[in-house]
Design a protein around this ligand. Sequence first.
Ligand SMILES: [Zn+2]
Length: 265
Amino acid sequence: MLAGHGGLPADRALLGQPPKTGLSCKMVLQAVGKVLRKSKAKPNGKKPAAEEKKVYLEPEYTKSRITDFGFKELVVLPREIDLNEWLASNTTTFFHHVNLQYSTISEFCTGEACQTMAVCNTQYYWYDERGKKVKCTAPQYVDFVMSSVQKLVTDEDVFPTKYGREFPSSFESLVKKICKYLFHVLAHIYSSHFKETLALELHGHLNTLYVHFILFAREFNLLDPKETAVMDDLTEVLCSGGGRGGGGGDAAGGAAGAQNHVKER
Ligand SMILES: [Zn+2]
């Protein structure tokens, strides 16, 4: 799936890693089959795709996190740290985590299962370096994303690591571009591979990563609200109360606060 456009070795290695859950592939497939069989019991013969219930919005799953830490405080720029350094280090980390999270379900994200890069009813197209629209499957799209982001974060002219080197003037717009792509991948995992993520018991990781990523992007205005609207229902539930997991009672107030925050920017 990675062939054709020179993905970097590190990228390949990451994507090629098996999920670190201690489960064998067969066990995972059996578990996924079980979940899928259970949820597809629709006798009316309707197509499940667009109208299918969003399992990831069910409270028993949205409460799941791997930490109760409040990400709202964590994403704020620390004193004495340069803004671009902060953006660079966080963006790189998010890239690695999204890559890893996707790798856990990548064997199910095939050209047959995901013929287009779809998130709910939205379809994304890749645009090549000349701006030409490329029709591709979801795994191809994700591969384009991972390869191009890998190229950027390892480019010393864009993400300088050596002392005295400056960030380019285009740095912020490149970070925004990266965030947009990473958002597409996360949203695709939710909309098309949540059941497999559940079967792997990695939904707590996914939720935690999503909350951290969204709150970070919101803090620095890195994602266009129009772009993220497709997942607003999930964002509202997960990011209320500063992104802490398990919150129920004050969720409504927290969500309203979060929305106001978006509008301000
Ligand atoms: Zn997929």
